[in-house]
Design a protein. Structure first.
Length: 231
């Protein structure tokens, strides 16, 4: 990772190109969403952000919700220095209901300028929906979870980073890929960043979808230490 800074309102991703795209990094007091297909770098980016936050906010805690259940201890220790791990708290909810209860507790427990990362907020939702249109109660639960996180961002100045999954949907005889629970996710997110695979191994494309910016994409590389520059 190429350094990493907390600069007032922003936390660096560890990659200058991504930071420029984001206007300085991921912002405190906002809900940020990173989504894309599997293996596009969502977890690497989330862990890089946690590392930057912990290194330069020495009394603060980062709360990491591993809802996917796939966070590797080896990968975690590659990206986050061992001296910082005592302030990184990792949870692994077993159901969408448990995820909601956990997030409400974390919002209550977290202090000013805390960091909450949920990777991925839609994995258990999608699992319980069975891959089809989610029933009313699941949508209501996701809306409640997102609302609690948005309130933590607004009231406490917390940094909220969510990762989101995608799925294929029928479209005029073909299929297209779209974000899971797209309407709710876009409504509650202040920043939406889409990650895509590139033709070069290990390189990914980031596309800023919200807010709209003049230069809305950049390339970055997945590294042993998280994310970094291409070339």
């Amino acid at each position: 990772m190429d350094g990493g800074l907390v600069t007032g309102r922003y936390v660096s991703t560890g990659c200058e190109s991504l930071d420029r795209l984001l206007g300085g990094g991921f912002e405190f007091g906002r809900v940020s969403l990173v989504y894309g297909e599997a293996s596009t770098g969502k977890t690497a980016l989330a862990l890089s952000l946690a590392s930057s936050f912990l290194r330069l906010e020495p009394i603060c805690r980062s709360y990491y919700v591993d809802a996917d259940g796939k966070l590797s201890t080896d990968r975690l220790m590659q990206i986050v220095d061992g001296s910082l791990l005592e302030r990184l708290f990792v949870w692994r909810p077993r159901s969408f209901k448990e995820q909601g209860e956990l997030l409400e507790r974390l919002v209550m427990l977290s202090g000013k300028r805390s960091q909450i990362i949920v990777d991925s907020i839609t994995s258990l939702y999608r699992l319980e929906a069975g891959g089809f249109d989610a029933p009313f109660l699941l949508n209501k639960g996701l809306n409640r979870q997102l609302g609690f996180l948005a309130e933590a961002a607004k009231a406490k100045g917390s940094q909220i980073l969510l990762t989101g999954q995608v799925h294929s949907v029928p479209d005029s005889g073909a299929t297209r890929v779209e974000m899971v629970a797209e309407r709710l996710m876009r409504y509650w997110s202040d920043t939406v960043l889409r990650l895509e695979a590139a033709s070069i191994p290990g390189v990914r494309r980031a596309v800023m979808e919200k807010p709209q910016v003049l230069k809305n994409e950049c390339m970055f590389r997945l590294t042993d230490c998280g994310v970094g520059e291409v070339g």
